[in-house]
Design a binder for this molecule. Structure first.
Ligand code: 4AD
Ligand code: MG
Length: 483
């Protein structure tokens, strides 16, 4: 076989020179044989589109094609020609084909047909090879890149906050313990409790539930920072919106109040959605069509009112509605599903935490656009949120998105040392252990604010996928840490 430089299929389809001799490598999606020609659709993951390889049986004998089956890897040399068929600009007239790795048709689990997402989750090690997961993976990459781009353009400093931490004061969720102690025979203190001073770090440690508290330390020196890291929560919530291991982006800004915080979050979300529409057009169009097809199999009342692309455009063009928790409770109390007792959790008074059914009612049925809720009851929010003068609410903000519910949670932070320590006392948070955090308030304290965007919740929105297990390569959920 002649040695040409391998070219990616994306590049060939977009700008390959007609008549040039080229080499491609990839995996077979389909093969079709008719009289004297065979057609092979080859994909290398650089684009959702396959390149069609036309094989003249007189040039490449049929026996050689036997091992060209779905899933096999090939190296193909040939000439780039103008496509005879519709749907693609160019195709390859093969002069030589080498099967690099076979995929026996009786054993290879992926066939050229639509497999259910549940089945694909069981073979997550191979699902990258499907159109859907190829598209999701490329969009995921584009969104990671866009996150860094957005903050870099604004002069933010990226901070790596620790993954192993000894603080568990945030209260954002149940934590996974990190230990090298022998679980069968841990060293014990005199009172019989496990003696963590003998553990690796000399104290009890966990996987982080958020990088915020460390982020605040950096923001009160560098002004504008963001973290983007793995986050772990051991909640036993087996929903289509929760992972035990997910990625979160947490900007933290000195000299920001809650309005500045909301403005930044809205601009950020719009930037990400626009980036996806501008840079992942083919993948989004594929997922858009996929969602429309899937919708057709659902009963009328469960179908989406808007298509994926319409939802993305809606976020770009609409101003997010901003209202207080108290106003939202009034809307929910008067709402039809509440009056007719259709909500699982009925709203009867002020103070309850909102469930995702309530959040989605506000966004999807009532306002029909993204909603930012602010000023939540302080008793359902974290200790660090800035207290309002009413003595009941804090400067929290949650951003609610159609089909998702909460996508962002954040707040203006309590920068007044006395107010903060008083609140920590009320909530039984030991001030000595948090002394490092309180130093930001002791020395040169400033108004500041920040928020957390759940990266996989963003991915759900941008891809239109219905289950969070399908927007991260290897999901970790209760009873599942496969691969
Ligand atoms: O609202 P949360 O718990 O906020 C924080 O952790 C703050 N420290 C953020 C900050 O102000 N810096 O989480 C933020 C976001 C949620 O809005 C949601 O999008 C996502 O993280 N999230 C999850 N995503 C997937 N699986 C889970 N179990 C999640 N829990 C939260
Ligand atoms: Mg939250």
């Amino acid at each position: 076989m002649r040695k040409e430089k391998r070219i990616r299929i994306k590049e060939l389809l977009e700008s390959g020179q007609i008549g040039s001799d080229i080499q491609v490598k990839g995996w077979v999606r389909t093969k079709r044989v008719s009289k004297n020609v065979a057609f092979i659709a080859l994909n290398d993951g650089s684009t959702i589109n396959n390149i069609q390889i036309v094989v003249d049986i007189n040039v490449i004998p049929e026996e050689k094609l036997e091992k060209v089956t779905t899933g096999a890897s090939l190296s193909v040399c040939g000439k780039l020609i103008e496509s005879q068929g519709k749907g693609q600009r160019v195709e390859i007239e093969a002069t030589d084909i080498v099967v690099l790795g076979e995929a026996h048709p009786d054993k290879y689990p992926l066939q050229p047909k639509r497999h259910s997402l549940e089945f694909l989750r069981e073979i997550a090690h191979l699902r990258f090879r499907t159109n859907t997961f190829g598209a999701v993976s490329r969009i995921r990459h584009a969104m990671i890149f866009a996150v860094h781009n957005f903050f870099n353009e604004k002069g933010f400093v990226n901070i790596h906050t620790p993954i192993i931490t000894s603080s568990d004061a945030e209260g954002a969720g149940e934590m996974f313990h990190v230990s090298t102690l022998d679980m069968n025979e841990p060293p014990r203190a005199e009172d019989g409790s496990v003696d963590y001073s003998a553990d690796f770090f000399g104290k009890k440690t966990n996987l982080t539930v958020s990088g915020q508290l460390e982020g605040e330390l950096a923001a009160t020196a560098l002004s504008d920072i963001y973290t983007f890291g793995p986050t772990f929560r051991a909640e036993n919530s087996n929903t289509s919106r929760h992972l035990a291991e997910f990625w979160m982006i947490e900007p933290e800004m000195a000299f920001y109040d809650l309005d500045d915080n909301m403005d930044l979050a809205e601009e950020f979300l719009k930037y990400l959605v626009k980036y996806a529409l501008d840079n992942c057009k083919e993948d989004i169009e594929f997922l858009n069509k996929r969602a429309i097809d899937e919708d057709k199999t659902k009963p009328q009342n469960e179908r989406s009112e808007l298509t994926l692309i319409e939802r993305l455009n809606m976020v770009l063009t609409e101003d997010f509605v901003r209202l207080t928790y108290t106003e939202a409770i009034e809307v929910l109390k008067r709402s039809k599903p509440n009056q007719k007792k259709k909500f699982k959790y009925l709203i009867d008074g002020w103070g309850a935490d909102l469930q995702s059914e309530h959040e989605r009612f506000l966004v999807e049925k009532h306002y029909k656009k993204p909603v930012i809720l602010v000023d939540y009851p302080r008793d359902i929010k974290a200790f660090y949120m800035r207290q309002n003068d009413d003595g009941k609410t804090v400067r929290a903000m949650d951003i609610l998105f159609p089909g998702i519910g909460e996508i962002v949670g954040g707040s203006q932070r309590e920068e007044r040392l006395d107010m903060l320590t008083k609140r920590m006392e009320e909530m039984d948070i030991p001030a000595e252990e948090m002394s490092w955090y309180l130093d930001t308030r002791r020395f040169g304290t400033v108004e500041h604010a920040g928020f957390g965007l759940g990266f996989e919740r963003l991915m759900l929105f941008v891809t239109g996928m219905g289950n969070i297990r399908d927007v991260i390569p290897f999901p970790r959920t209760p009873k599942n840490a496969e691969f």
